[in-house]
Ligand binder design. Structure first.
Ligand SMILES: [Zn+2]
Ligand SMILES: [Zn+2]
Length: 133
């Protein structure tokens, strides 16, 4: 599937060819804090299938408890996350599905780090639901 995506302010735009079967939710605490959301929806793609069309993301190098390092790319203007990858010689990058233009077409196929999941993360169905604010 060919997709396009952008940051919220529009300075960074990109396109990619993705495999919808690879969409997953990550409940880890890093994803929560880096996204400000209860979980992150992620989609790894081979680096050759990703093309930055405009803008140049700022990067943040995160070192995990295991010592694993991960480069997080985001828009320096609006703060939207763009992708994450290995800091040296990446072979794949992980896109943020909700920054793509068609996230409704990319439902998650699995979830990881469930031991860190917020207890209410899957309990939205019973809430009062308004079409607008
Ligand atoms: Zn931006
Ligand atoms: Zn995560």
């Amino acid at each position: 599937m060919n997709v396009t995506g952008r940051c919220q302010c529009g300075q960074i735009t990109y396109e990619a060819t993705v495999d919808p079967e690879q969409v997953g939710i990550c409940h880890c605490t890093d994803c929560r804090r880096l996204s400000g959301a209860p979980y992150r929806v992620r989609l790894p793609v081979p680096i050759e299938d990703f093309k930055l069309l405009s803008g140049s993301p700022k990067t943040y190098l995160k070192t995990g408890d295991s010592g694993a390092r991960r480069m997080h790319a985001f828009c320096a203007e609006c703060g939207s996350p763009v992708y994450a990858c290995a800091p040296e010689s990446p072979t794949s990058i992980t896109l943020r599905v909700c920054c793509l233009d068609n996230p409704a077409d990319l439902p998650p196929k699995k979830q990881i780090w469930c031991r860190s999941a917020l207890p209410w993360a899957g309990l939205l169905d019973g809430l009062p639901s308004l079409d607008r604010q």
